[in-house]
Ligand binder design. Structure first.
Ligand code: NAD
Length: 393
């Protein structure tokens, strides 16, 4: 029987770190939440302990007000203590698990791990919430003991609500460490665990990103508009109501571009590598126009006083929401259980059925061919898509 996790350290109080800290507190676990000392402090401010820990403290205050709520109850926030990485590393001396959720940069993560190696107990588990860096690269330069206690714990945002937790071990990870984390994930955090392999973007984001990119390329090839695609790829396809582009706007288009670029760069032998080549409009939206989705109040869609506008993908200007009336009408008639809806969808005459079949068959066949490359069984991929992307099937 493994010991439960009683105290954790979370490093990085951004979107993910704050959510992870709140969720451990929800489980009654004490949390130490640390971030960097803000880089632009004046000499006077540098002496002020409150100012030095302002990133972590500010993040905790924001997390208490998050909507939808990240804490089960605001009182749970009292289990989280905050600090900074220069003055408070000592607080990590007594934690069972440290989760790193700092910016996705290998060199910065490595230098943090070097500090952690000197600080924590010999039996403290160290986990990275990286979206796709390789374990081998992250533990380079660290000792055997560090590699034995190291693994990836890849949470999904928002942490409280997304059931998926992908776990990835390296060749040196101790099986007892994995056992303890699996138990913590299921029994303490209520997560659904999917065991992934140390491959780019792991399971959910590899398949989710392939599906999203295939959707975009097929939309371009068939000259469809974002609202046509969203009419097809929501409920009729047994995916969430937010379908493809409202979901992408919520997640952040910079995040999508980052994941797909990462896949394209790393997957040199993948038979569908070209699917991960981002379409020109997506790159322009992110890199030139800074249209990142909801966080910049404009992505594929934009709320205006006159209603919701859609981005014209050729001109990158917004226009009133429109779309193909026939597709909309056909999709309204698709009802029933998830399996019935998908059956009716792919049997629909015309562009909608053709589009749905191309995307679904392409995505499912690609997923099936990824066994055993990214996971040991098909069920793991199914669970990742249900728990991490809210696909019904
Ligand atoms: P974020 O930008 O919200 O937070 C990053 C944090 O890193 C900030 O609090 C920042 O102050 C801190 N930071 C910046 N420079 C630092 C340095 N030099 N040393 C230490 N800390 C530093 O990012 P995020 O979305 O929370 O992502 C954090 C990690 O989680 C990344 O590895 C990311 O790939 C991964 N991840 C993100 C998501 C997601 O949906 N956003 C999901 C799963 C995993």
């Amino acid at each position: 029987m493994t010991d439960p996790i009683r105290r954790v350290g979370v490093i990085g109080a951004g979107v993910m770190g704050s959510g992870i800290a709140a969720h451990f507190a929800n489980a009654g676990v004490e949390v130490v939440l640390l971030d960097i000392v803000p880089p632009n402090l004046s000499d006077e401010e540098k002496k002020d302990p409150k100012k030095r820990s302002a990133f972590a403290e500010g993040a905790l205050a924001k997390t208490k007000k998050a909507k939808p709520a990240l804490f089960f109850h605001k009182q749970n926030a009292s289990l989280v203590s905050t600090g900074n990485l220069e003055d408070h590393l000592d607080l990590l001396k007594d934690v069972d698990l440290v989760i790193e959720a700092i910016i996705e940069n290998l060199d910065i993560k490595r230098s943090l791990f070097e500090k952690l190696e000197k600080t924590v107990r010999a039996d403290t588990i160290i986990a990275s919430n990286t979206s796709g860096l390789k374990i081998e690269d992250m533990v380079e330069g660290r000792g055997e003991g560090f590699a034995k206690n190291f693994l990836v714990m890849h949470f999904f945002n928002p942490v409280r609500y997304m059931k998926l937790l992908e776990l990835v071990v390296g060749p040196k990870t101790d099986p007892a460490v994995l056992e303890r984390v699996v138990r913590c994930a299921g029994e303490q955090l209520g997560k659904g665990v999917v065991m992934g392999k140390d491959t780019p973007n792991f399971v959910g984001n590899r398949i989710g990103c392939h599906s999203m990119m295939l959707t975009m390329h097929t939309m371009e090839a068939m000259r469809l508009e974002p609202e046509d695609v969203d009419a097809i790829t929501g409920k009729p396809m047994a995916h969430p109501k937010s379908a493809s582009f409202r979901t992408a706007d919520m997640v952040g288009l910079d995040t999508f571009l980052h994941v797909t670029d990462n896949c394209y760069a790393a997957l040199t032998d993948d038979e569908e590598r070209d699917v991960f080549q981002a379409p020109g409009f997506l790159r322009k939206m992110v890199e030139e126009k800074k249209l990142l989705g909801n966080k910049t109040k404009g992505g594929f869609y934009k709320k205006t006083k006159e209603g919701i506008f859609t981005l014209d993908l050729k001109t990158l200007e917004y226009r009133p929401k429109g779309g193909d009336a026939d597709i909309k009408k056909a999709m309204k008639g698709i009802k029933g259980s998830p399996a019935e809806r998908v059956r009716k969808l792919v049997a629909t005459e015309g562009k909608a059925g053709e589009f749905a079949w191309k995307v679904l068959s392409g995505s499912l066949a690609y997923a099936a061919r990824r066994i055993p490359e990214i996971a040991d069984d098909v069920e793991s991929v199914d669970n990742a898509m249900k728990w991490g992307y809210n696909w019904e099937l």
